[in-house]
Design a protein around this ligand. Structure first.
Ligand SMILES: [Zn+2]
Length: 404
């Protein structure tokens, strides 16, 4: 297919060349990198681990076919490579406790469309899956394309996925959640032949921060999602660290006090029993019981009040931040991250959380992390609630999924 006669390339076709020659594989790699993000050739080489020469060859070839557009910048290497006449669209999903977020982007555009609805795993697999499929269809239609152009779906779920089998190894949260079967096949009926790439939602959020947020060019990145529950994902050299069973990064179940409250995981005194959103709301309600009629109904609401002049809410957030800082100090002494990003609802509290968490981290982690020209630091998520869906979208686009 060429565009000389006005025809447009099909992204799915370009990516599904059955040839497994190194040349074809490199071509797909470069194409995927540019679909994730328009970049200079130097950046593409860095991200794909291909040589400058290989990247330059592929770029020239695909520019001639008008798959790529090359413009701006100083000299060959500084020019920006973006997607040209190609039809394709990708989706990223984050399923939470009671929130479902879908992001969709055309591969030839940097504008991500997204939609959020207030239900998730607590409503049951069939319900949220049906809603999710409809949201993907609607958003794809909003981009001006049809689902026949859907390249891949990244699916972030609150569960641990066995990295070897792609099956669920543990539902990371409440035991009555119905997350059954094989996630890669959950959308087989709605989107036949579209690869669905599942992973833990915090892993995808970490990946999103690495590609589009504060984590760019950072070697070791820890992303902490602090919402109803608390989880984390981490990357070293751009690779998601999952561990053998996909359970790496379960910071919420780090024991902070072996004699503390029981946790839903069965253990005692986990970080989540101290800073989980539901627990924080409970703490405020207890403090005001009998005195205040207008009590916070959600973590979001609690944070709004903390930013205002509600002393109880502000102190509850401060103590939570302090506990998060202590947990981060323990994790940092093991993985020594260059950047820690805090996302989720609590991340949106900004300095109310980042300030005390940073102080506690500094007090409790090894000094060498801070007595350095590039010290370990904590930042608020750059992408907010879209870190997960955007990360899922990018990660799935990057998987070289060849039809069998
Ligand atoms: Zn626990």
């Amino acid at each position: 297919m060429t565009t000389q006669d006005g025809k447009v390339h099909d992204a799915r076709e370009l990516l599904s060349t059955r040839s497994d020659s190194i040349r074809a594989a490199n071509k797909r790699k470069v194409l995927r990198a540019v679909m994730i993000q328009p970049s200079t050739q130097v950046q593409i080489a860095k991200r794909t681990h291909l040589s400058q020469g290989t990247v330059s060859g592929v770029v020239q070839e695909l520019e001639a076919e008008r798959v790529f557009r090359v413009d701006g910048g100083d000299g060959e290497r500084g020019k920006r490579v973006s997607i040209g006449s190609v039809r394709g669209v990708a989706a990223g999903v984050e399923v939470g406790h009671d929130r479902l977020t879908v992001a969709v982007r055309r591969v030839d555009s940097e504008d991500t469309l997204h939609r959020v609805v207030n239900f998730g795993v607590t409503q049951g697999l069939d319900t949220w899956r049906r809603e999710c499929a409809q949201m993907i269809k609607d958003l794809v239609a909003d981009t001006g394309l049809g689902t026949e152009h859907l390249v891949s779906i990244g699916l972030g779920i609150p569960a641990a996925i066995d990295p070897r089998s792609g099956e669920i190894s543990q539902v990371a949260a409440s035991l009555d959640w119905d997350l059954q079967g094989s996630p890669p096949r959950w959308f087989a009926r709605d989107f036949p032949n579209v690869p669905v790439i599942p992973d833990n939602e915090c892993n995808f959020a970490a990946y999103g921060e690495h590609v589009y947020g504060h984590g760019r060019d950072r070697e070791t990145l820890l992303f902490v999602k602090s919402s109803a529950g608390i989880g984390a994902g981490f990357l070293i050299g751009g690779n998601i660290i999952r561990g053998r069973h996909g359970l790496a990064g379960e910071i919420g179940h780090l024991t902070m006090d072996p004699r503390g409250d029981f946790c839903r995981c069965g253990s005692r005194g986990c970080l989540e029993t101290l800073v989980g959103g539901t627990r924080l709301v409970e703490q405020v309600r207890r403090a005001y019981a009998g005195y205040h009629r207008d009590l916070p109904s959600s973590l979001e609401n609690l944070i709004e009040r903390a930013k205002g002049n509600d002393n109880v809410c502000r102190n509850v957030v401060r103590v939570a931040a302090d506990n998060i800082g202590l947990a981060l100090a323990r994790v940092s002494n093991i993985i020594n991250p260059d950047l820690i990003v805090i996302g989720g609802e609590l991340g949106r509290a900004g300095d109310l959380v980042i300030g005390p968490a940073s102080e506690t981290l500094r007090r409790n982690a090894l000094e060498g992390m801070f007595a350095h020209s590039e010290p370990t630091e904590i930042k608020q998520s750059d992408l907010g609630m879209l870190a997960g869906p955007r990360g899922a979208l990018a990660f799935a686009l990057n998987v070289d999924h060849q039809p069998s």
